[in-house]
Design a binder for this molecule. Structure first.
Ligand SMILES: NC(=O)c1ccc[n+]([C@@H]2O[C@H](COP(=O)([O-])OP(=O)(O)OC[C@H]3O[C@@H](n4cnc5c(N)ncnc54)[C@H](O)[C@@H]3O)[C@@H](O)[C@H]2O)c1
Length: 287
C-alpha cells in the first residue's frame, strides 16, 4: 500500500505540533498545506525537510488540485465543519481537531454525511482519549476493579491561550462556545468511563460568564449527567481562569475510588484504593 496522502489545514500552534509528528511517520505524506500565513508555513515545513509540500491559502484549490486521501483539519473552529463537509463530499476521510463544528445544525449535517459515506473514516480528536492514565483508568473500570461507579467528577479548568494571533478564541463566531473549545475534553473522559457501565438518561447544565478576559461566549459551564443505573457524573469547566491546568478526577465506585489532581506535585497526583488491586487500602501509585 502506498503512503496515505494528507491535505493539511491550519499550521498554527496545534497544527505545527501535529505536523512535526506526521513528518516522522513513514506511512503518510503531505502533498499540500492550507495556511493563510504562507511564508511562516513554508519556513516551518522547510525546517522539517518537507520541501515538496505545497502551501496555499485556499482550501477549495487544495481539494480540487491535489490527490489526497485524508483532510486533516487543525484550522480555527469556525472552519472545521465547512472543510470537513467538502472533504467528505469529495470522498476524503476526515481527521478533525475538536470541536466538529461551532453550531449544532452543522454538526448534525456532518453526522448525516458520515452516515451517507460509511466507507469514509471520520475522527474528531479528543486528545485525552489517547492519554495513558485515562486508558489505564478505563481498563480498571472495565475489568470491574472499581465496582459500579456511583459518582464521577471531572473538571476542565484552564485559561486557554488567547494571546497574539490566537485572539480569534475570544470571538464567539470563530470559537463557538467554551464547551467546544475545551470543556468537551472533560466530557469525553466521562463518556468513555461511563459507557462501560450505563447509559445517560438526563443532563442538567448551567453556565455563567465570570470572565476576566474578553470572551464573547460564556466561559463557565457546569454539567450533571444522570445514568440509567442511578449513577451521576459532573463536569465543572472554565476556559478563562484557573491557577494552572485543572483536570481533577474523582471516581467513587462500590469497590474502589480513584482521584487525580493535576495541580499538585507529580508524586501525589494519583490516589486510589480498590478491593481487588490494593486490598482496600488508599495508595499513591506514583510514590
Ligand atoms: N486537543 C487539544 O488539546 C487542542 C489544543 C489546542 C488547540 N486545539 C484545536 O486546534 C485548532 C487550532 O488551534 P490553535 O491553538 O493551533 O490555533 P492557532 O491560531 O495557533 O492556529 C490556527 C491556524 O489556522 C490558520 N488558519 C486561519 N484560517 C484558516 C483557514 N480557513 N484554513 C486553514 N487554516 C487557517 C491560522 O493562520 C493559524 O495558523 C482549534 O480547533 C483548537 O480547538 C486542540
Amino acid at each position: 500500500m502506498g503512503k496515505l496522502r494528507i491535505l493539511f489545514s491550519g499550521l498554527g500552534w496545534m497544527g505545527k505540533s501535529q505536523m512535526a509528528l506526521l513528518a516522522k511517520n513513514t506511512s503518510v505524506c503531505v502533498p499540500v498545506v492550507v495556511e493563510p500565513k504562507q511564508a511562516e508555513a513554508r519556513a516551518f515545513l522547510d525546517g522539517l525537510g518537507m520541501k515538496d509540500t505545497v502551501v496555499t491559502d485556499d482550501y477549495d484549490y487544495a481539494l480540487e488540485n491535489f490527490d489526497c486521501d485524508i483532510s486533516w483539519i487543525v484550522s480555527p473552529n469556525c472552519f472545521h465543519d465547512g472543510q470537513a463537509t467538502k472533504a467528505l463530499e469529495k470522498g476524503l476521510h476526515v481527521f478533525c481537531e475538536k470541536p466538529a463544528s461551532v453550531t449544532f445544525s452543522a454538526f448534525e449535517k456532518e453526522i448525516e454525511l458520515s452516515r451517507r459515506y460509511p466507507k469514509l473514516v471520520t475522527l474528531v480528536n479528543y486528545v485525552l482519549s489517547y492519554n495513558e492514565m485515562e486508558k489505564a483508568l478505563i481498563e480498571m473500570v472495565k475489568a470491574g476493579k472499581m465496582g459500579t461507579i456511583e459518582q464521577l467528577q471531572v473538571n476542565y479548568r484552564h485559561p486557554i491561550n488567547t494571546s497574539g494571533d490566537k485572539a480569534w478564541k475570544l470571538n464567539k463566531a470563530m470559537m463557538g462556545d467554551a464547551f467546544g473549545m475545551g470543556i468537551n475534553h472533560a466530557v469525553s473522559i466521562v463518556v468513555h468511563l461511563m459507557e462501560t457501565q450505563a447509559k445517560p438518561v438526563a443532563v442538567y447544565a448551567t453556565s455563567q460568564n465570570f470572565h476576566i478576559r474578553g470572551f464573547e461566549a460564556q466561559t463557565v459551564h457546569n454539567v450533571m449527567i444522570r445514568y440509567d443505573n442511578g449513577a451521576t457524573a459532573t463536569v465543572l469547566g472554565n476556559i478563562d481562569r484557573e491557577n494552572g491546568y485543572d483536570l481533577y478526577h474523582c471516581l467513587n465506585g462500590t469497590k474502589g475510588s480513584f482521584i487525580f489532581d493535576s495541580r499538585i506535585e507529580e508524586r501525589d497526583k494519583i490516589r486510589m484504593w480498590s478491593d481487588d488491586l490494593t486490598d482496600g487500602m488508599w495508595v499513591y501509585p506514583l510514590h
